[in-house]
Design a protein around this ligand. Structure first.
Ligand code: AMP
Ligand code: TRP
Length: 346
């Protein structure tokens, strides 16, 4: 949008990852392969990693308070069960760090109505009755930008559906830097990709796998047991042809592509290497391989989630500790932002 403006190079910033998931119900295989599995991969010596349960984003649509508390802990359990280690990554919930909302207000004043009106997720979620959507749902991407930039995060791993929000985050950083004549906020790199950046519905290869799809057969839930996973994958829509041995052969075959991509992502392979092995096989042969791999990878995660959920106090302790570490980073960045903007801090 404002490419002509000089923006600070990411080299000047600590390499820091931020991402978040909403505690708004039902975790799917899409959340795991598109997001959390990649969060775990980035938890290494190259990056500082910060992962957040974004409860303030969740209430942009109605949430029952008891359910919200439960689901906030559930996402924290999902993070840990998937391999995020609280001694390596900062894990916390958004509302425990008020700096997000504080910077969010500043960004409400940086972002433009026209930018927000282009957000496809708002249009999808608000549906036909946009007049009745909350103001928070409309302003949501400015809070998301604040989540990221209050840590000066340089890299944000997300699924493909968040791409537009990350472009908006970049536009907000660029406009803030430009308006105030500073090189303060980094222009964050989205980390989107891999075979499962967009996991599709098991019933319709043209639709995203989503917790809100009315058909439970369309998705694998992280809470599904082995029998349910097997049943859903056996019933997954396919086509009558054998699998190709090269990627071009998946063109025009969205359901076949999706199942191969899921198989690849679960096994840390590329679609290309998978096809080299399974090319020529019928789905009747491939599906049992997929079931075996899915159950082998997913069952330990759901088992560990259940175990962690037995001890809510321990989850709260981890989140509390994470929020203190998060605030230690966010607070000075917010203070400096206030200073740049001209907010008197007597
Ligand atoms: P949400 O559950 O909408 O808060 O999404 C949390 C994260 O999971 C985001 O990074 C999404 O992009 C990612 N995600 C959700 N559904 C999918 C999907 N079907 N395929 C890939 N990533 C997804
Ligand atoms: N908008 C994201 C989603 O719906 C969740 C989210 C909120 C997020 N803040 C974030 C993701 C910051 C990455 C970084 O999935």
């Amino acid at each position: 949008m404002t490419d002509a403006v000089q923006t600070p190079s990411l080299d000047n910033f600590t390499k820091r990852v931020f991402s978040g998931i909403q505690p708004s119900g039902g975790l799917t295989l899409g959340n795991y392969l598109g997001a959390v599995k990649r969060f775990v991969e980035m938890q290494n010596d190259d990056f500082e990693t910060i992962y957040c349960v974004v409860d303030q984003h969740a209430i942009t649509v109605w949430q029952n308070p008891e359910d919200l508390r439960f689901r906030t802990r559930e996402i924290a359990a999902f993070f840990m069960a998937s391999g995020l280690d609280p001694s390596k990554s900062i894990l916390f919930n958004q509302s425990a760090v008020p700096e997000h909302a504080q910077l969010g207000w500043i960004f409400n004043c940086v972002a433009r109505m026209g930018w927000m009106q282009r957000m496809t997720q708002f249009k999808d979620k608000a549906g036909k009755n946009a007049q009745n959507a909350s103001l928070g749902l409309f302003g949501y991407p400015a809070l998301m930008a604040a989540d990221i930039l209050v840590y000066h995060a340089t890299h944000v791993p997300v699924g493909d559906d968040q791409k537009q929000h990350l472009e908006l985050t970049r536009d907000i950083a660029i406009k803030f830097n430009h308006d105030y004549g500073v090189d303060f906020f980094p222009v964050t790199e989205p980390v989107i990709g891999g075979p499962a950046a967009r996991v599709m519905s098991l019933r319709d290869g043209s639709k995203k796998m989503s917790k809100s799809d009315p058909s439970d057969l369309s998705r694998i839930n992280m809470s599904d047991d082995a029998d349910t996973i097997a049943k859903k994958l056996r019933k997954a829509k396919t086509d009558p042809d054998a699998l190709p041995s090269e990627e071009v052969g998946l063109e025009g075959r969205p359901e076949a592509r999706n199942l191969v991509a899921i198989y690849a992502a679960l096994g840390e392979e590329t679609v290309e290497t998978v096809l080299r092995d399974v090319g020529g096989k019928q789905f009747s042969e491939f599906k049992p391989m997929l079931v075996e791999r899915a159950v082998e990878k997913l069952s330990p995660i759901s088992g560990e989630m259940n175990r962690l959920m037995q001890d809510g106090a321990e989850i709260d302790r981890v989140l509390k500790e994470g929020s203190l570490k998060a605030r230690a980073i966010a607070e000075p960045i917010l203070r400096k932002t206030y200073d740049i903007v001209g907010m008197l801090q007597p």
